[in-house]
Design a protein around this ligand. Structure first.
Ligand code: ZN
Length: 456
């Protein structure tokens, strides 16, 4: 990769210049840059993609006080503050992971692809029941760090335990944390919601933290829990999310009350006095009055055509999780049709209990390789501007534009592979720098390092 940087050596800080002269940049462990405290600076690279349809050559992004103040292409750019040149790379809006469970990060590689979705759920239930007091703080921290290293600046995280609520406020990633709610017993709903609201009210809203409620799924959350969550979120600065239309088992359970999900839940005594609504999942949510609010609908792998107008009318977004979808061997995802219908679709990683990676670039590459009818612009949009809308932060993140938060990712490009966007989606493209609110959170080559002050 050495010669790719020859054109920009004169502007690289000394440490990086030294590495470039040796023919390669040095990997500095990723976190060295956190020492640097700059208020105003200009990030430069071979390309800047401020939004999916725009590619600027030799551009720069000016950051002041954690916000973007200017984005310019080469020549038009007037330097502001110290210039940091990131070389043969592209500066893109920070990637937005619209569906994750960071607390499950330590299950990486531990659950092989199951025979059925219900079998996998059984394994997850066993993990929870085996040690309900297990401390998942380490997993949350590790998941957040892996995300930052992969160029993710915002994560929509579903928290079943309270560890994420305790740990995430101290971490530099932007986050929308959802309290997961589970009960099929209407009598328990008031107490569960009360406790959830207490937890959310204590979560610091420091500009990086946002909250939400997540009734788990139509087979684990009763209609009163869905309605109560929707009612409470109205007028609050919070969002709703749920897993929905994820498996064929879920569809059978709701329409007929049969199948492996019904058998398992009945064995645990969860379905006493329960009758199947005889509806598809989104139609069911509408029938109980829950679709009067916009939802972040995770998966929708088996959503039906008649459900699409309900999703669109409610202003809800859909999150497609390519790696997790592939792990379960689901049928081809209908998201290209959803996009055509005008529904907002974002991308998510889900957790390492059903995916190999927490990298949004990996998810984007999967889509690029498997859905030829979807343009690279649409793929980048799903991970940025559409993701921003999905997590309720449209107009603040998802684009590189004046007054937007300085959340960005810098990806080193392979020298060939088509257009800049197509090169971004090649397996060789690697995130080298991640910034959230103007603060470097991952800095592979130590470009933000002050001379002699690099962290060990
Ligand atoms: Zn999930």
């Amino acid at each position: 990769m050495g010669s790719a940087y020859r054109g920009c050596e004169h502007t690289l800080p000394l440490l990086a210049l030294h590495a470039a002269l040796q023919g390669r940049r040095q990997d500095r462990g990723g976190l060295a840059g956190l020492d640097r405290d700059l208020n105003t600076f200009t990030l430069k690279a071979s390309y800047v993609i401020p939004s999916p349809g725009e590619v600027l050559e030799g551009g720069g992004v000016v950051v002041r006080g954690g916000k973007i103040v200017d984005v310019r292409s080469s020549g038009k750019h007037k330097a502001s503050g110290e210039e940091i040149d990131l070389g043969e790379a592209v500066i893109i809006p920070g990637l937005i992971n619209a569906h994750a469970h960071l607390e499950l990060t330590d299950l990486e590689g531990k659950i092989p692809p199951p025979k059925s979705f219900t079998q996998w759920l059984g394994k997850m239930a066993a993990f929870r029941i085996e040690d309900p007091n297990r401390d998942l703080s380490h997993a949350v921290k590790r998941g957040a760090q892996m995300s930052l290293e992969a160029g993710t600046t915002t994560v929509a995280d579903i928290a079943n335990t309270n560890d994420a609520f305790r740990v995430l406020p101290g971490l530099p990633i932007r986050k929308r944390v959802f309290k997961e709610l589970i009960t099929l017993d209407p009598k328990k709903v008031a107490a569960i919601l009360e406790e959830a609201i207490r937890i959310l009210s204590e979560f610091p809203r420091d500009g990086l933290g946002y909250v939400g409620l997540s009734p788990h799924a139509p087979y684990t959350a009763c209609d009163k829990l869905y309605r109560g969550s929707a009612l409470f979120s109205k007028g609050q600065d919070m969002l709703l999310t749920t897993h929905i239309c994820e498996s064929e088992e879920e569809l059978e359970f709701l329409s007929k009350g049969t199948g492996s999900l019904a058998t398992t839940l009945r064995a645990f005594g969860f379905l006493d006095n329960w009758k199947p609504p005889g509806l598809s999942p989104v139609t069911f949510l509408e029938s109980i009055g829950a679709m009067t609010s916009p939802w972040l609908l995770a998966h929708c792998n088996y959503v039906r055509d008649e459900e699409l107008p309900i999703i669109k009318k409610s202003g809800s977004s859909v999150v497609y999780c390519p790696g997790s979808h592939h792990y379960f061997g689901h049928k081809r995802h209908p998201f290209p049709k959803l996009l055509k219908e005008g529904i907002n679709v974002a991308l998510g990683t889900d957790s390492l209990a059903s995916n190999k990676s927490l990298s949004m670039l990996d998810e984007m590459r999967f889509v690029f390789a498997n859905y030829k009818e979807v343009s690279p612009q649409d793929i980048l949009a799903m991970a940025t501007v559409r993701g921003a809308r999905a997590v309720g932060l449209e107009g603040r993140i998802g684009r590189l534009s004046p007054d937007f938060e300085a959340d960005l990712s810098v990806v080193e490009l392979p020298r060939s592979g088509g257009s800049v966007l197509e090169r971004l989606l090649q397996p060789e493209a690697q995130n080298i720098f991640t910034m959230v609110a103007g603060k470097p959170c991952y800095d592979r080559y130590g470009l933000f390092v002050k001379e002699g002050k690099r962290r060990a």
